[in-house]
Write a protein that binds this ligand. Structure first.
Ligand code: PLP
Length: 410
């Protein structure tokens, strides 16, 4: 089991050449941070590279993933949905079944035990909708670490239940009042805290984003999703799937899901961004459709911004996809035409949210529903001997009230 966590350079081959020594995925990624953060980031990279080679670290993480988070997650054949659509066979990878309700706990656990190993007893994190905050607060309770979560004041108001859940787990939740009072400002505040308290503190970043080494570390802790999927589909179908689909906010669930298949060129990989109310400035979060190359929060990548480099407002019905930048590794594989991108509108995501519940009795997170929106249409285009797997990155319990409000059903 433990050897499955981080397969060697031998089995993972050339894909592990990225990021390169300077933390870049081709022209993307890198370490665009204030001078004071360079040493802490390099220390983190060194500690991480040592940890991942250490069998004791791997065993500790493997046990926590199994007994605390609930891995492995099922690969579920959606038989009724498949029949109803009349095309490709559809499977769901059930990350929604994990403790705290989404894939985010894979990374929170990995980084928290890395922090302990580095002798850091205080954890900080940012959160938008609250999913990463809850995963981090839970893991800190479990491991006896002090925990401070930064959250935009506007997000705290919208997600008051999640704020309460974090506080129940012993975390201090600090509201951020600057700017739009949402995720971007919360990240700035967390970085400020980290600069000041770096000796005692580890910053658990929540997606495959930000400065090197975070995109690599977060990706690696989520690679378990794709490794399990690969073994499970080979067991169930005796062959690899034809297409994998995942929603892309920062890109952590998607890259974790895709990574084990990058060298399987017959497996199409599709990331789905938030198309919001439509692809007009301020109404969406589809960075590859309306974005330009730029630098945001430590990382060079596609960003929604104006001519002067001011960050655009973004919109999505799902808070977890509502961010102006996309993870650098996705930009890299998009250039190589290895990962394809699509977007799904709020309306299509809400339709998929409802269909999935109605036909399979499983309510996906609104984020994951963007992947389903694409998959519902795609499956119909494919013949019945094809196999399509959708990553159900999280469960929709957190979203039912918002979905009902938006669909006008309250
Ligand atoms: C946070 C979140 C996402 C978006 O983040 P990625 O880093 O792109 O995976 C997607 N789905 C769920 C359920 C989330 O909580």
């Amino acid at each position: 089991m433990s050897s499955l966590l981080f397969p060697s350079a031998e089995t993972d081959g050339p894909r592990l050449k990225h990021p390169d020594a300077s933390g870049r995925f081709g022209p993307y990624g890198g370490m665009f941070v204030p001078e004071t953060l360079v040493t802490p980031l390099l220390d983190l990279e060194k500690a991480y590279r040592e940890a991942r080679e250490d069998p004791a670290f791997q065993e500790e993480l493997a046990l926590l993933l199994k007994e605390y988070a609930g891995r492995p997650t099922e690969l579920y054949f959606a038989e009724r949905l498949t029949k109803e659509l009349g095309g490709a066979k559809i499977y769901f990878k059930r990350e929604d079944l994990l403790h705290t309700g989404a894939h985010k706990i894979n990374n929170a656990l990995g980084q928290a035990i890395l922090a302990k190993r580095m002798g850091k007893k205080r954890i900080i994190a940012e959160t938008g909708a609250g999913q990463h905050g809850i995963a981090t607060a839970s893991v800190c309770a479990k491991l006896g670490l002090e925990c401070v979560i930064y959250m935009g004041a506007e997000d705290m108001r919208r997600q008051s239940l999640n704020v309460y859940r974090m506080r129940l787990c012993g975390a201090e939740v600090r509201g951020v009042e600057s700017g739009q009072k949402t995720l971007k400002e919360a990240i700035n505040e967390a970085m400020r805290d980290w600069v000041t308290n770096v000796r005692s503190t580890h910053y658990i970043l929540g997606s495959a984003l930000g400065s090197h080494p975070y995109p690599m570390i977060v990706r690696d802790f989520h690679r378990v999703i794709g490794r399990e999927t690969r073994a499970q589909i080979l067991e169930k179908e005796g062959r690899l799937p034809d297409e994998l689909v995942a929603c892309v906010g920062g890109g952590s669930n998607a890259i974790g899901f895709f990574f084990a298949f990058l060298d399987d060129h017959d497996v199409r990989l599709t990331g789905v961004e938030a198309g919001g109310r439509g692809i007009q400035k301020g109404d969406h979060a589809a960075r590859f459709e309306g974005g330009k190359l730029g630098i945001l929060q430590g990382c060079k990548t596609y960003i929604l911004q104006n001519e002067e480099g001011q960050i655009d407002l973004t919109h999505s019905v799902s808070a977890g996809l509502d961010y102006a930048a996309v993870g650098p590794e996705h930009a890299f594989y998009r250039d190589q035409k290895r990962i394809h991108f699509a977007s799904a509108s709020d309306q299509k995501a809400l339709h998929a949210f409802r269909e999935c519940a109605r036909v399979e009795g499983i309510i996906p997170a609104l984020e994951s529903s963007h992947g389903f929106a694409y998959a519902l249409e795609r499956a119909k285009e494919l013949s019945s001997d094809k196999i399509l797997i959708v990553n159900m990155s999280g469960r929709g319990d957190k979203d039912v009230q918002e979905a009902a409000r938006v669909m006008g059903e309250l």
